[in-house]
Design a protein around this ligand. Structure first.
Ligand code: ADP
Length: 331
């Protein structure tokens, strides 16, 4: 059976982008078709300024939301990254295989480092080395496939490069993983700034739909989404370059309904009805998640138990791989 690994950072409240780009597919498909591990990658949330108490809260909330989204602990392994030491152990070895230049070329590093500098904060060294830790997350489990949104594609490609380089230098140790993207929903954009992705750490709240937003809040955000004016007036066209706002709404609707964005575009003559339908589709998609989340919050001991058992299983899988890597490199 193929092995699948993916993660989500507890750096904010999960968004519709996380859900449509990654989590929904993990629950509906990956966990049933593969030996699947899903991880709340809390170490990654330390790469930018953070608050310790908030991080701890968000780690628990993220795990709870993953369960609420349908991850089932009897078919997949759900755990917290920092509970398994192997990630950090392997990361150091991979730092000795990666180069400084490779890290500086990562798009996400450049964007996040610029944002930190604009805020007058220092850029943490861990922000630069973050893709190496992510490579360790993936390689420690002999992962075949990494289901992620488009923004993570470059990082998974780096993990492939590092695995191949390590294998070539020190003998076959790692499985070389493949990235898999969803057919639709791979890149959900911010509703207010359709030029940038809907990110969970975005502070301007209006463009970001969160999984726990009340239906009224979801409706408000969608109805206020920026649309485009252009040569075609207010015509509904699927054109990501020229009409990114409308294309984003069509992508979201397509991801919720399973239809093609282009087919959907043909059904609408104006933005108003499109927005109403998107809002209702999103409210319906998130309803079961919100309901299940409320139930799980009433039973924190259950969530703790899932994470404890998950970490034990994960540790048992990662340890032999990481031990082999230590021996191969000469330690
Ligand atoms: P974020 O950027 O929101 O902090 P993470 O880095 O924790 O997200 O990523 C968790 C998963 O969600 C990854 O697979 C990532 O590719 C996916 N993802 C994040 N944002 C989006 C988005 N706007 N559209 C589609 N997928 C996304």
């Amino acid at each position: 059976m193929k092995r699948v690994f993916s993660g989500v950072q507890p750096s904010g409240h999960l968004t519709l982008g996380n859900y449509l780009g990654a989590v929904r597919r993990w629950a509906a498909v990956e966990q049933h078709q593969a030996d699947a591990l899903f991880c709340v990658v809390d170490l990654h949330a330390l790469t930018v300024e953070h608050d310790p108490a908030r991080l701890r809260r968000l780690t628990r909330q993220t795990a709870t939301l993953l369960l609420a989204s349908g991850l089932a602990p009897d078919v997949c392994t759900l755990f917290v990254q920092s509970h398994v030491d192997e990630h950090a152990r392997l990361s150091y070895l991979l730092e000795c295989v990666a180069t400084d230049g490779e890290m500086r070329r990562m798009i996400q590093y450049k964007e996040k480092a610029r944002r930190q500098q604009e805020r007058g904060a220092g850029v943490r060294l861990s922000l630069l080395t973050y893709p190496v830790l992510m490579a360790a997350d993936v390689l420690a489990y002999a992962t075949d496939e990494v289901p992620v949104g488009e923004d993570q594609k470059q990082h998974v490609e780096l993990a492939r490069t590092l695995a191949e380089r390590f294998n070539q230098r020190y003998g076959h140790t790692f499985v070389v993983p493949k990235v898999t993207l969803p057919r639709v929903g791979a890149r959900v954009m911010n509703l207010q700034e359709p030029g940038s992705k809907m990110g969970k750490s975005d502070v301007s709240g209006q463009g970001v739909v969160r999984l726990l937003d009340e239906p009224e809040v979801v409706r408000q955000k969608v109805m206020r989404a920026v649309t485009d004016s252009g040569p075609g007036g207010r015509q509904v066209e699927y054109d990501r370059a020229e009409r990114p706002g409308v294309a984003n709404l069509l992508d979201i609707l397509a991801a919720c309904t399973g239809e093609e964005p282009v087919t959907l575009a043909g059904k609408y003559t104006g933005y108003g009805q499109l927005k109403k339908d998107v809002a209702e589709a999103v409210v319906e998609a998130l309803r079961p998640v919100r309901e299940r989340h409320a139930e799980l919050c009433a039973d924190p001991a259950y969530v703790d138990g899932v994470l404890r058992a998950g970490a034990e299983r994960a540790r048992a899988m990662a340890r032999p791989v990481v031990d082999t890597a230590y021996r191969a490199i000469g330690l």
